[in-house]
Design a protein around this ligand. Structure first.
Ligand code: FAD
Ligand code: NAG
Ligand code: NAG
Ligand code: NAG
Ligand code: NAG
Ligand code: NAG
Length: 597
C-alpha cells in the first residue's frame, strides 16, 4: 500500500479529510486527544502562516498544527478565477472589518477586507507581484540591524517563493532576475489593447520622468511597466495552493476555529506555548499546548488582536478594557499604516476594456483564458518619483521614501470603461467591438509612503468583538501634499504630446479642480486606505525602546512565542505587500528550522 493511500485510509477512519496536501481537520471536536501532540502551533493559515507551516513540515520529525478561523479556500470557486478577486470582500470568507471614523477623510468609516480562509489574503488579494525597491530592503536591514535583509541578500530568499511561469512575454519582464523553482507562480498575462501603446508612447516621449520600466521587480521602481502577478496558467496561485498544497502528512490544518489568546504554560512564567481556542463566541474555550513554540500569523489586525487579548500590550489601555497585563509593551498595535488610494478618472477616446461577464466565465471555465484570466483588464502600473524640488519638500518634509530608486506614487490602471449606456456597452462587448469609443480611464493614485500612523486597539475584552482599526489617514498633511503632486504628475504624463488627441484630461477630479485647496478637498472626499496594512507588531533591534518583535521573530519579553506576518514590517514598501510577507516568512521559517535541527 503506498503511503498516500495509507494516509487517506487513516484519515477516513479518523473522520478527517486530506485536501491540499495537508491533513485538514474541519472542527475542534475532531482534534480530540491529539491536541497536545504538536511541536509547533501556528495561529492563522494565511499568507505567512502557510509558508511557515510548509517549511517547518519539511522536517518529517516535526508535527505542525495550523489553526485557521475560516474555511478552506477550496470551498470558494471565485478564489480560483483571477478576474473575480473583487467579489470576495465582505463575504463569509472575509472578516468584514470596518475602520473607525477617519477624520482625515471627512469622518468616513471604511470597509477593510481581510480574508478569513486558508491562504489568508493571498486567497483573495489582487495578485499584483512587486518586491518593493532596493532602497526599501536596505532600509529594513539598517532599521533592524540585520544584513540578511539587504536587497542583495533578500533576493535569493524571494526566489524560494517564486516560480516564473508562462506567459512571460519577451520585453515584458527580465527573466534573469526571477526565481524559477519556488512555490508561488509569477507570470505576466496581458491583453492586446491600444491603451498599451498609448502608455508606452508617453514613456518614450517623457522618458526623464516616466520612463519605460522593463521589470518593476529589479530594485529601481520608477516608470511604467507590465504587471506581474501570482497567477498559474490562468488560475490564482496562493499560499494555500502553492505552499500548503505541497505539504506532507505531518502538517495538520484545523479549520473554522478562532484563537482567542495565547497563555503561558505555567502560572509565573512568560512562556506562551498555550493556545486558547473556540469554534465561536458561545462555544466552550479549550487550550492546546505546543511542545516547542507558538507562531502568531494572524495578519496585521489578527495578530495584535490576539496579543492584546493575551495581556501583551499597553498596560493603561488593557486596564481600560479589563485585561490583566502580562507583558507591558506600548508598541503592540501601534505604528499601523497603509498606502493611501485615491480614485482618479480621465476622459479619453480609445478601445474600452468592457467585456461580457458570463461569456468570459464560460471561456475561463473551458480554457483558463480570456479577460478573467487576468487580475485586471489593463496591463500596466506607473511608478512616479517626485522631483526633489517638488512643493511637498519646500516646507522641509524629509523625503519619506527609502532612497533614489523608490517611487512616492503608484498609479494603477483599473479599467477603460465605455461612456455609452450600459446596455450599449454590453452589446458592443458581446460583438467583440474593437473600435474607439469615449471611455473613462479609471485609475488609483497611491501614496506609497504616508507618514501618518494609526493603531489597532481593543474595544472590549471579548475576542469575538472587532478591534478598533484606525489608519489615521491624512492626519499628517504632508501625506496629502504628496498625493496631490501624484495627481498633478499623472495629469502631466497623460498630456504627453502623442496623447493629446486621445486623452482629454481628468473627469474626476473635474478639470477646474486645480489649486492645492481644491485638490485637498477632492482627496478628502475620495481617498481610502489601499489594503496593504502593516506595522502593528513591528520588528526592531534587540533591546530597542520600541517595537514588538526581535530580529529572530520572538515577541519581546516572552519565550516560546514568535510573530511572522505583515504586522512586523515597520515601513511600507514601494510596492504591494505580498512579496515582502512571503520573504519575511521564508526568512523566519529558515531561522526557526535552524533552531530545531
Ligand atoms: C483586497 C486585497 C487586495 C490586495 N491586493 C494585493 C496585491 O495585488 N498584491 C500584493 O502584493 N498584496 C495585496 N494585498 C495585500 C497582501 O495580500 C497582504 O499584505 C498579505 O497577504 C498579508 O499576509 P499575512 O500573512 O500578514 O496575513 P493574512 O494573509 O491576512 O493571514 C492571516 C490569517 O490568519 C487568520 N486569523 C486571524 N486571526 C485569527 C485568529 N484569532 N484565530 C485563527 N485564525 C486567525 C485569518 O483568517 C487569515 O487566514 C491585498 C490585500 C487585500 C485585502
Ligand atoms: C460578512 O458580511 C457578509 C455580507 O453581509 C456576510 O454574508 C458574511 O457572512 C460576513 N462574514 C462573516 C465572516 O461573518
Ligand atoms: C513607532 O516607530 C518609531 C520608529 O519608526 C519609533 O521611534 C516609535 O517609538 C514607535 N512608536 C511606538 C508606540 O511603538
Ligand atoms: C463555471 O464553472 C463554475 C464552477 O464549476 C460554475 O459554478 C459556473 O456556473 C460556470 N460558469 C459558466 C458561465 O459556465
Ligand atoms: C466624445 O468625447 C468628445 C470629447 O469630450 C466629445 O466632443 C464628443 O461629443 C463625445 N462623443 C460622444 C459620442 O459622446
Ligand atoms: C467646477 O465647475 C463646476 C461646474 O462645471 C462647478 O459646479 C464647480 O463649483 C466648479 N468647482 C470649482 C472648484 O471651481
Amino acid at each position: 500500500m503506498d503511503l498516500k493511500f495509507q494516509v487517506l485510509l487513516l484519515s477516513i477512519l479518523l473522520g478527517i479529510r486530506v485536501a491540499l496536501g495537508a491533513v485538514v481537520i474541519e472542527d475542534l471536536d475532531e482534534l480530540s486527544n491529539r491536541a497536545n501532540d504538536y511541536d509547533f502551533v501556528i495561529i492563522g493559515g494565511g499568507t505567512a502562516g502557510s509558508v511557515v507551516a510548509t517549511r517547518l513540515g519539511e522536517n518529517p520529525k516535526l508535527q505542525i498544527l495550523v489553526i485557521e478561523a475560516g474555511p478552506s479556500n477550496e470551498e470558494v470557486f471565485d478564489t480560483r478565477v483571477p478576474g473575480l478577486w473583487t467579489t470576495l470582500a465582505q463575504t463569509r470568507v472575509d472578516w468584514n472589518y470596518t475602520t473607525t471614523p477617519q477624520t482625515g477623510i471627512n469622518g468616513e468609516v471604511v470597509e477593510y477586507p481581510r480574508a478569513k480562509m486558508l491562504g489568508g489574503c493571498s486567497s483573495h488579494n489582487g495578485m499584483v507581484y512587486t518586491r518593493g525597491s532596493k532602497d526599501d530592503w536596505d532600509r529594513y536591514a539598517s532599521i533592524i540591524g540585520n544584513k540578511e535583509l539587504t536587497w542583495q541578500n533578500i533576493l535569493p530568499v524571494m526566489f524560494k517563493t517564486e516560480r516564473l511561469t508562462n506567459p512571460t512575454p519577451v520585453g515584458h519582464l527580465n527573466p534573469a532576475i526571477h526565481g524559477k523553482n519556488g512555490k508561488v507562480s509569477v507570470s505576466a498575462p496581458f491583453t492586446n489593447i491600444p491603451f498599451n501603446d498609448m502608455l508606452l508612447q508617453a514613456s518614450a516621449e517623457l522618458k526623464e520622468e516616466f520612463p519605460f520600466l522593463l521589470d518593476m521587480n529589479d530594485g529601481k521602481v520608477i516608470g511604467t511597466g507590465w504587471i506581474q502577478s501570482t497567477i498559474n496558467n490562468g488560475e490564482r496561485s496562493s499560499a494555500a495552493t502553492a505552499y500548503l498544497g505541497g505539504t506532507g502528512n505531518n502538517v495538520h490544518v484545523l479549520l473554522n476555529t478562532q484563537v482567542t489568546r495565547v497563555v503561558p504554560v505555567n502560572s509565573k512564567g512568560l512562556e506562551f506555548r498555550g493556545v486558547e481556542v473556540a469554534a465561536n463566541a458561545q462555544a466552550p474555550r479549550r487550550t492546546i499546548t505546543a511542545k516547542k513554540e507558538v507562531i502568531v500569523s494572524g495578519g496585521v489586525i489578527g495578530t495584535p488582536h490576539v496579543l492584546l487579548h493575551s495581556g501583551i500590550g499597553d498596560r493603561k489601555e488593557l486596564e481600560k478594557v479589563g485585561i490583566h497585563t502580562l507583558v507591558d509593551n506600548p508598541s503592540v498595535g501601534k505604528n499601523f499604516s497603509d498606502h493611501t488610494s485615491t480614485p482618479v478618472a480621465f476622459a479619453a477616446r480609445t478601445q474600452s476594456t468592457d467585456f461580457d461577464q458570463v461569456a468570459a466565465l464560460e471561456q475561463w471555465n473551458k480554457t483558463r483564458s480570456g479577460p478573467l484570466a487576468q487580475l485586471l483588464p489593463t496591463n500596466h502600473i506607473t511608478w512616479i518619483r517626485l522631483p526633489a524640488d517638488s512643493p511637498p519638500f519646500h516646507a522641509g518634509l524629509v523625503d519619506p521614501t527609502a532612497g533614489p530608486n523608490s517611487p512616492h506614487i503608484e498609479v494603477i490602471y483599473l479599467a477603460l470603461t465605455s461612456d455609452s449606456s450600459s446596455v450599449a456597452a454590453s452589446a458592443s462587448a458581446q460583438k467583440g467591438s474593437s473600435g474607439s469609443a469615449n471611455v473613462t480611464i479609471q485609475t488609483l493614485v497611491v501614496n506609497l509612503h504616508p507618514i501618518s500612523r494609526g493603531s489597532v486597539t481593543l474595544a472590549s475584552s471579548d475576542p469575538f468583538h472587532q478591534p478598533l482599526i484606525d489608519f489615521a489617514i491624512f492626519t499628517q498633511p504632508e501625506d496629502m501634499a504628496i498625493a496631490r503632486e501624484g495627481i498633478r504628475n499623472i495629469q502631466k504624463m497623460f498630456s504627453a504630446p502623442g496623447l493629446r488627441g486621445s486623452v482629454f484630461g481628468t473627469s474626476s477630479p473635474a478639470a477646474n479642480v486645480t489649486s492645492d485647496e481644491e485638490l485637498d478637498a477632492f482627496l478628502k472626499s475620495a481617498s481610502t486606505p489601499l489594503g496593504h496594512a502593516l506595522g502593528s507588531a513591528a520588528m526592531s533591534p534587540h533591546g530597542a525602546s520600541w517595537g514588538v518583535v526581535d530580529p529572530d521573530f520572538r515577541v519581546k519579553g516572552t519565550s516560546g512565542l514568535r510573530v511572522v506576518d505583515a504586522s512586523l514590517i515597520s515601513r511600507t514598501p514601494s510596492g504591494h505587500t505580498q512579496a515582502a510577507v512571503y520573504a519575511f516568512a521564508e526568512m523566519a521559517s529558515a531561522a526557526i528550522a535552524a533552531d530545531y535541527k
